[in-house]
Write a protein that binds this ligand. Structure first.
Ligand SMILES: Cc1cc2nc3c(=O)[nH]c(=O)nc-3n(C[C@H](O)[C@H](O)[C@H](O)COP(=O)(O)OP(=O)(O)OC[C@H]3O[C@@H](n4cnc5c(N)ncnc54)[C@H](O)[C@@H]3O)c2cc1C
Length: 510
């Protein structure tokens, strides 16, 4: 049965907010999107400087089917809005010992690559086994966790059904209580291979030692659907969604920061901004950080207080945007230059709360796929290093120059870029403080809430607020979590819950 048309406000135009807006509009609702910034797309922003074009935030796009589903909702062809090309090798990995390993999508080809790379007997066969376990975990995620509002294990399945043998088997396969790092090391005996597989948890800004084994499922997601580059850069994704939103009649109010969500009698009913005053809505979707939404935006009316201590911010990061007058031919589009020691690195970032002394650097070098990102023969090199979320007393204005040098020295030593400093024509950077201020996140976190906790780490606040009717959540700090595909899924789920709530109640048949 068709839902009643609702007036919907979306707070925040990140990829989660844009997806929620498009999905709600495609289902016939009237949608207004607010963003405090002058652009739509949140962290998927762009920097044009001296003839170089840099994606400022996300660069690795996985699970394109999630994005396609948004266009399908509106009966539109994604290819009319966006051109995407596959990237394989997916990552090139550089190690402290000077060796290089390519992650390729085809499992048989990857086994050959591991046979060439590793002296550990059986490493290639164990990788294949790891991908099988990963596939199992991916399937379980699809069954119990994706495309629905989940806030804890009780939401993932019908509790009565949990006694069914099949479901118990799934739960057992989840390797509950086991960590991602422990599971990876069961299969990867070569520590360098383990370090590569650990890094799937960096997609969610969490320590592999503290994250549940279910996150191993990310490896299979990437085998199955690959890594894609949207021509025009990642920025082309929010641009395509803004165009779709326009086609669906969504209204945008940019440069408008929502300061309150008004609620009474357990129902959200209006948003307040300095620019537009109080505006009433039937339903509100917040794409702002979930903890900050509850603690700072919701004005009274919570049926139950929100327990913020249950959640921890994910990591933050430093990005160097380096316009180079040279293209390094030996690197791929996506590269990792790994730290000398994974344990030391993750301990610094996630336990001690200090920048890693010898960090892993992620490099994006898009000129090989799209030469227009830089003047002829140049490169718009993007270097991301994960850091702790903002801790008290850390002043990144003071810390950046020293850490920039640590990063450049690492690239000179381990990535064959000895002359990089002389090649820089133009430069910009993003620090944890910038991330905090630009995107209104929790303690500068890049990826919303961390996935730490071997039993409940994968759970974030549900998309349908359990305490306040008419309020829905999406984005990296809501279910199912951060990263482009997951936040888009969260936006879809938030809009789907809203749409279901708007459906007229079916009269009981006597
Ligand atoms: C440097 C960096 C690298 C990354 N790399 C990758 C990657 O390679 N692959 C990947 O998949 N993901 C990556 N990510 C993560 C990915 O970018 C995010 O998970 C995703 O884009 C976040 O989307 P979101 O929906 O949570 O919204 P956000 O992008 O966080 O946007 C939220 C928007 O809401 C607005 N807002 C918040 N509060 C208010 C308010 N009260 N009123 C008005 N507006 C408000 C903010 O201004 C912002 O525009 C990266 C992120 C960063 C920063």
């Amino acid at each position: 049965m068709k839902s009643e048309t609702k007036n919907v406000a979306v707070i925040g135009s990140g990829l989660g907010g844009l997806t929620a807006a498009c999905t709600a509009a495609a289902r016939g609702h009237k949608v207004v999107v607010y963003d405090k910034n002058s652009w739509a797309g949140g962290k998927a922003a762009v920097l044009n400087q001296d003839g170089y074009r840099f994606d400022m935030g996300p660069t690795i796009l996985t699970l394109p089917k999630v994005l396609k589903r948004v266009f399908d909702e509106a009966n539109k062809e994604m290819s009319d809005y966006l051109e995407m090309v596959p990237l394989d090798p997916q990552w090139r990995c550089f190690y402290e010992d000077g060796e290089v390993l390519d992650l390729v999508s085809d499992v048989a080809a990857m086994k050959k690559e591991l046979d060439r790379f590793s002296n550990e007997a059986g490493e290639a066969e164990r990788y294949e086994e790891f991908i099988k376990i990963s596939e199992q975990l991916h399937e379980i995620s699809k069954k119990f966790y994706f495309w629905k509002s989940v806030g804890g294990v009780g939401d993932t399945m019908n509790l009565k059904k949990m006694v069914e043998v099949k479901v118990l088997k799934d739960l057992f396969a989840l390797r509950m209580g086991k960590s991602m790092a422990g599971t990876v090391r069961k299969y990867a005996h070569d520590e360098r291979v383990a370090q590569m597989l650990d890094h799937f948890t960096q997609y969610v800004g969490s320590s592999p030692m503290g994250s549940p084994a279910v996150l191993c499922g990310i490896a299979h997601m990437q085998v199955e659907e690959g890594i894609w580059y949207p021509m025009g850069g990642t920025r082309a994704v929010p641009e395509a969604l803004v165009k779709l939103a326009g086609d669906l009649g969504v209204e945008f109010k940019l440069n408008a920061e929502v300061t309150k969500i008004k609620a009474k009698n357990g129902r959200a009913y209006a948003v307040v901004s300095e620019e537009h005053g109080e505006e009433a809505y039937d339903s509100i979707i917040s794409n702002s950080d979930s903890v900050r939404t509850f603690n700072e935006l919701v004005d009274g009316g919570l049926k139950k207080p929100f327990v913020a201590d249950r959640y921890e911010p994910a990591c933050s990061g430093v990005v160097l945007y380096l316009g180079l007058n040279k293209r390094y031919e030996h690197i791929q589009h996506h590269n990792f230059v790994f730290s000398r020691n994974a344990e030391e690195e993750f301990d610094a970032i996630y336990k001690q709360g200090i920048p890693a002394p010898d960090p892993t650097c992620y490099l994006c070098a898009p000129a090989m796929t799209e030469p227009a990102v830089a003047p002829d023969g140049g490169e718009a090199l993007y270097v991301l290093v994960h850091t702790p979320y903002l801790h008290e007393g850390q002043d990144w204005n003071e810390m950046l120059p020293g850490y920039r040098q640590v990063i450049l020295d690492k690239l000179k030593r381990c990535a064959g870029m000895e002359d990089i400093e002389e090649r820089i024509v133009t430069e910009a950077h993003l620090t944890p403080q910038d991330i905090h201020d630009r995107y209104r996140v929790l303690n500068g976190a890049i990826y919303g809430l961390a996935s730490h906790g071997l039993f409940g780490g994968a759970f974030k606040p549900a998309n349908q607020c359990p305490w306040l009717d008419g309020l829905y959540l999406c984005g990296g700090a809501a279910h199912p979590g951060p990263g482009m595909p997951m936040v888009m899924m969260s936006g879809w789920i938030a809009a789907d819950c809203l749409d279901k709530d708007a459906a007229p109640a079916v009269a009981a048949v006597v």
